[in-house]
Design a protein around this ligand. Sequence first.
Ligand code: PEP
Ligand code: MG
Length: 876
Amino acid sequence: MSKKYVYLFSEGDATMKNLLGGKGANLAEMTNIGIPIPMGFTVTTEACNKYYDDEKVITPEIIEEIHATMNKLEEVTGKSFGGTVNPLLVSVRSGARASMPGMMDTILNLGLNDETVEVVAKETGNERFAYDSYRRFIMMFADVVMDVDKKDFEEILHEMKEEKGVELDTELSAEDLKELVVKFKNYYKERKGEDFPQDPKAQLIESITAVFRSWDNPRANVYRRMNDIPSSWGTAVNVQEMVFGNKGETSGSGVAFSRNPATGERKIFAEYLMNAQGEDVVAGIRTPQPIEELEKQMPETYNQFVEIVNKLENHYHDMQDMEFTIEEGKLFFLQTRNGKRTAQAALKIAVDMVEEGLVTKEQAILMMDPKQLDTLLHPAFDTEEMKKHEIIATGLPASPGAATGKIAFSALEAKERHEAGEKVILVRQETSPEDIEGMIAAEGILTVRGGMTSHAAVVARGMGACCVAGAGAIKVDEKNKTMTVNGKVYSSEDYISLDGSTGDVYEGNIATVEPEISGHFGTFMSWADEIRSLKVRTNADTPHDAAQAIKFGAEGIGLTRTEHMFFAEDRIFIMRQMIVARTEEARRAALEKLLPMQKGDFKGLYKAMEGHPVTVRFLDPPLHEFLPTKEKEIADLAAELKLSVADLNGIISDLHEFNPMMGHRGCRLSISYPEIAEMQTRAVIEAAIEVNEEMGWNTVPEIMIPLVGEVNELKYVKNIVKKTADAIIAEKGVELKYLVGTMIEIPRACVTADEIAKEADFFSFGTNDLTQMSFGFSRDDAGTFLKHYYDKKIYDFDPFAKLDQTGVGQFVKIAVEKGRGVKENLKLGVCGEHGGDPSSVHFFHENGLDYVSCSPFRVPVARLAAAQAQVKNPRK
Ligand code: PEP
Ligand code: MG
């Protein structure tokens, strides 16, 4: 039998997410468990992928299958698609495996044409409704499928309202809307040079094609990259019988969450609008009513609603986000999915659900997106500072956090000013999916219109950005770039501050305070720690960062970049003296000055880490980062070294390297100048002896040699380290355990890891360099051309942010196998940026690493990712 590309909802279930998309699989599941939903069918993600494989056409076989399934849907509903009796109208919506709110296109009321609209008018006895639906369909179809901007239609609608002297769409009569439909169709013809399509079958295929096409639109691509969704997943398309919330005063549409998505409170949180279609609620054009009102208006429907919401939450064991429509008193659910929620809400829900016995700790751990923790780790407003500032408006607390910045009035402006280094708050009437890049760039988002379920609120919560929505007291003039509140005018030069947890908008720039892991957050993280087997260390170069990391649960330092300790102005000067020294004597003189600084730094780090292991990496400075470039710097350095500027310039130009990243750095420095390794060993060992004595601890310093590609390099440097360290220990007459290991960050090191392991106490994968050297492109330069790779779908993601498991990951695997083949218990870690990336953490877990090391703010993210890896793929 040939492959099946179209499934009725009654043919699927929740396990078929990859094929039917999240929405399709859930609609199938809802059908199975008896939830009242409008019937329909799903065109699979495989059909979408095939569309792209076939040069963007849907093959005749699949078109045939779609029409055949439509015939079945006609049978099930007793309606006829395009028919003159009881016409079937459908919605066409995207539905990928992972939810991408508002990122792809939707078409409603499909099946209407000049004939069926008359039938609908007659059968419903509601001409106004029929023409209102038709004008909406023409606008959506033209916009989504035929690329005629919906704004043009809105303009025509606006003109008509002015002409008729009315303010609201709902005030237009049936006759007005009939006239509007004619105007819309004329405009369509003017723009497209052909009549608005009348054949529902053709409308359907065109619309499905448009949804497939929208999988590749720029905003979907940006969203996917941000959320690790590969383009190869494709989207499914759901075709579903329309039910109407705009049929009059006993009809309505709404959005519901089974618990509060902002706070996690265990109480249904829903909003609805009577006499409206779902798009009106989500778009935030009219501010919706809380669901409690429905209890007064339609108590029976309300009770049924509550029952279904609870049934869905219990069935999915997670907080649900649902859309519903009431059509002349009859309730339908249109979709359900696990709801997006703020990080605070996610923690509360996870902890509550364990306490309620609805999920296990392991299941609870899987309910939280590790990246979301990030929002809890960033500062909140200082309460004292907050009192000094005036609240100028209050909106809905749509997404928590604290944000301060100058006002930007468009997404583009927000993006550009952010790139120029400014902190901005994006202030909009309401946001739409086109604003995504501006929303990412902004510190926070403030909208005048819209509820808790508006686009701005949903997207901001998804990205963990602070958002206040529906602050109706504010007037925004986007054209003239002003915002007016209580008669006071603010411009793009003014600061405002948003509190996303209360909805308050303040004038001015408010200072913030550091976050803490306590309450639900603390409980949840303690479960993650109980479960995980991978340890989590931090990359820290200062006691401040190390102390921060300890607060966030780090179990040691996995990487101290010692060259970073010399970026400060007074220190870089001495570092430069060392680099440009032409004799051993001059170099030793500079190193002599560096020693006490370095030793002091190490003592600070050991103390901050409270006895946990500290890995110190020896100098690895790509020279271009350190050499002086400004005239004054060169003159000062020349004076200090008693050289002429010309002579110093000569030395600097001798040191010039064409590829500094592949130049005189890493262990190569200690091989050329062993005195560098001697100084650093002395600093590490003396600091450890002194701190252990002072504090009564047993800190075990771990010395790490960078950029080793050949065992003899490690042997040579290790020899210097051992000689120096053992002499100091003997001289002080103390006991001190220390380790000497190496970074594995050159492909050659991976394939000769069995040799290298014989000389190493540990390996730490430097996946930044390993990525750079495996791909053969520079980590500093790749950004400029990788964007073309994303656009052309050559890569889906940045391999410097997320480990390339198929390529670079194989080098890691080889090194693990070869290393452990020689030393069964060889300690293995990773300290490249990937150590804090959740999907990479899974890979390291699966390949038997002992720890990952990442920047302090990513420590909790890595702890949770490690726990999730253990739940999904348990190891001893
Ligand atoms: C690495 O290469 O992955 C690493 C951690 O070292 P650096 O980024 O300092 O080169
Ligand atoms: Mg490196």
